[in-house]
Ligand binder design. Structure first.
Ligand code: ATP
Length: 500
């Protein structure tokens, strides 16, 4: 029996399974009971500094016990969690916390000057690191606060979380999710993955994206264990950790699985997993088959498709259908209605290609403070995903591309306009265009076309500028100088021509 919200579910599990391990991080094990005690203390601290229901609290920290503690503590006081990428550069973080008008910020990586600059924004700052800036609190102060046991009683309609994605106008958009959205999607995922409290998932996905976020909450909702693993830069270590902690599940994007197969002993000695999930982008048929052949015969592979605006998951491919429907993103979740529609939003019959529209209780409330962008994608309760595809005769979805210019590099969703805005700030750049080109490991990589004077000096200046203003995953890997960009009569860049 599930509670109607994730914090309600967490409270229930932390009572019924107080001694079960919730999080394993390196050698540290934290039980549900322990975690609840920490959450209660940090929640009291949030109350002390004036966080009220509906206030946004931004987390700019890596996956960790502290992340999860702060996350549930925000919900304890009725706040809205804003999960930001800790790899983001200062300018981006500053823009986002202003956009969502965060009242509090938890950080760990910023340097002294940036911390001081953010501190000017009349925001409560808490840092995981030692910091002597006046007005910036240390995380230990929150952890040592006297606990109280009063939890805000959220309902399904209470706003719960904002997850930022790259926007089509170049400005990131905050996907606003309610507790009802999250709980509905979590329950559907638990159902098809057949998760139980015996499950322990090894997680490498960043919690600030919807995929990692759903991995955390699905396993927490059944009282399972989440093993926090390090970076995919060391695939062998991740595989070793899976074996050491006897993980039953693993969730990855296509590049994660190709790294395991290429750079670890997985193919020789596949870990004894019950299930693997793959989402975040299309996984080629060859890699899917290779992964299946290189895994234990009883390990199930779940192909899943989703989008942040749909909370996380939209469809899943039942593992026993994997061979027959190879290349399909599967059938929609129990509480998701899915239709393929033409450019006039009219439903199309099976077999015909069009845009994927979805509806149901897991679809976002809209974009935070951006009614115009919300209206563009939410039509009479239906979400226009921007993905193109068709349904076969049995209702299995096949994705064939995107309606928009969004680029997916590994797990990161990137809007070229955002990068072009940064690049165009350089004096010698007249204009630029960024596209995604195929990459064996990451699915896509970034290539920038630059119109401007070609010189070694300018190239170095461009690289330096990108390093300063863009996080690593948004830095173009390839630069190509161009005399002009191909354009439509109305002046829109014809990106498909650049791709060819
Ligand atoms: P995450 O970014 O956390 O990995 P996600 O990919 O589900 O999760 P978004 O970052 O919002 O969510 O990206 C959604 C887009 O990714 C979809 O609109 C689609 O274009 C692409 N995508 C996701 N899953 C698949 C899949 N299985 N096959 C093809 N494309 C996918």
């Amino acid at each position: 029996m599930y509670q109607s919200t994730l914090p309600g579910q967490f409270l229930s599990i932390s009572e019924s399974q107080a001694d079960s391990i919730a999080l394993q991080s390196n050698a540290e094990q934290v039980s549900y009971g322990d975690l609840k005690r920490r959450v209660d203390k940090v929640g009291s601290y949030f109350k002390q500094i004036g966080i009220e229901p509906g206030d946004r609290v931004a987390l700019v920290i890596d996956n960790s016990v502290d992340y999860v503690t702060a996350f549930y503590a925000i919900w304890k006081v009725g706040g809205i969690v804003v999960s930001l990428n800790p790899q983001a550069k200062f300018h981006e973080i500053e823009k986002l916390i202003q956009q969502c008008e965060a009242k509090c910020l938890l950080i760990d990586k910023l340097n002294h000057a940036n911390t001081e600059q953010l501190n000017q924004l009349s925001i409560n700052m808490i840092t995981l690191n030692q910091c002597d800036i006046n007005g910036v609190a240390n995380w230990s102060t929150a952890l040592e606060c006297e606990a109280d046991n009063n939890w805000y009683s959220a309902t399904e309609d209470t706003l719960a979380q904002i997850i930022y994605t790259s926007g089509t106008t170049g400005n990131p958009k905050g996907v606003l999710l309610s507790h009802g959205n999250l709980m509905c999607n979590v329950k559907d995922i638990i159902e098809y993955l057949e998760l139980t409290r015996e499950d322990s998932v090894l997680n490498v996905l960043p919690f600030h994206y919807c995929y990692g976020n759903s991995v955390l909450h699905t396993h927490f909702s059944v009282g399972g264990k989440v093993i926090l693993a390090g970076s995919m830069a060391f695939p062998q270590e991740i595989v070793n950790t899976m074996r050491e902690y006897k993980a039953t599940g693993f969730s990855g994007v296509p590049s994660t699985f190709s790294l395991f197969l290429a750079r670890s002993d997985w193919p020789q000695d596949p870990p004894p997993l019950r299930y693997m999930t793959q989402a975040g982008g299309p996984m080629g048929k060859e890699l899917t088959q290779k992964l299946l052949q290189s895994s234990q015969p009883d390990t199930k592979l779940y192909v899943m498709y989703g989008q942040t605006e749909a909370c996380a998951r939209i469809s899943w491919l039942p593992p026993h259908k994997l061979d027959e429907k190879l290349g399909s993103a599967g059938i929609s979740l129990t509480h998701v209605d899915l239709e393929i529609r033409d450019e006039n939003a009219q439903a199309l019959p099976n077999g015909q290609k069009g845009e994927v529209y979805v509806k149901g209780p897991s679809i976002m409330q809209g974009y935070w403070n951006n009614a115009e962008a919300s209206e563009q994608v939410l039509l009479n309760g239906w979400l226009k995903t921007g993905d193109l595809g068709y349904l076969d005769d049995e209702g299995y979805l096949y994705l064939v591309g995107r309606n928009s210019d969004m680029i997916k590099v590994g797990a990161h969703r990137i809007n070229p306009l955002e990068l072009e805005e940064v690049i165009n700030k350089l004096g010698f750049v007249q204009e630029s265009a960024v596209i995604g080109i195929e990459d064996e490991i990451l699915g896509q990589k970034l290539r920038a076309f630059i119109v401007g004077e070609e010189s070694r000096e300018n190239l170095l200046a461009l690289k330096k500028h990108c390093n300063e203003y863009l996080p690593t995953h948004k830095i173009p890997r390839e630069i190509q100088w161009a005399e002009q960009l191909p354009k439509t009569a109305s002046g829109k860049i014809k990106r498909y021509l650049l791709k060819s």
